[in-house]
Design a protein around this ligand. Sequence first.
Ligand code: 0O2
Length: 256
Amino acid sequence: MGSGKRKGITRMNIRDYIKQKKAEVLVERINSTRFQDFIKRHGRPLSTMFTYYECAMMEVETKFKVLDQEYSLIHDRNPIESIKTRIKSLDSVIEKVGKYGVPLTIESIEENINDIAGVRVICSFPDDIYTLAECLLEQDDVTLLQKKDYIRNPKPSGYRSLHLIISVPIFLEHKKRDMKVEVQFRTIAMDFWASLEHNLRYKRDIPEALSAELAEELLECANISSSLDIRMQRIRKRLSEDSAEIDEMIDSAQWL
Ligand code: 0O2
């Protein structure tokens, strides 16, 4: 009987159970007087902190817009399809403080939570990701704090993306402040996949067997879309080689 019960607890429902427990703990925490107190006592510094992160996020977004413009001048195409930005909600920040078991103070939040400001750069081709990351890191006001390359080393789920945690200065009325920003680089295909997979991950009422089946199918889709990314990149390279050859022919014809 006992072992039968144990057999029923599969990898998937343990994950759901943990997710549910975490959510319960979070609600409990947010409702607890300690957290309410923290929000009440630190309302002003908290909103200042979020504003600073928003400024840093805007700085980084502008850096990418500039890079995109310059690249299109030189190479006649835009490497960036779109840029998405977001500031983490206070609830999610508090959830991470709980998850990491770090003190609930503004200083500790700034020190330990790296993704309060997030910039997601959606690129046309995988090569563009590495070119843009390199161009960003070459800038003398940008410091790399952490790099996770889930493109060269995809997650077991199939997730692919290049994550950088950087520090950039923001210039305020009388001071300069270094702020952390998480940058996620993905291709259109990687982003499309991640959005769907994210929905599955957070959808609560999917039966366990179906969930496992879908996770497996999503992993397969991640691999298919990765080879599609590589093929499309190859096509683009051949096209640009051909047009470079044609340009060369036109140039030399002008000298005849
Ligand atoms: P949100 O709202 O998307 O920002 P850590 O953040 O350090 O506690 P971890 O897992 O070490 O946790 O961070 P990691 O690996 O750098 O990934 C963080 C973010 O990457 C996640 O943010 C997701 O956006 C994305 N991500 C990572 N793995 C997956 C995955 O398997 N599927 C999808 N769809 N996205 C993934 P958050 O914190 O979940 O929230």
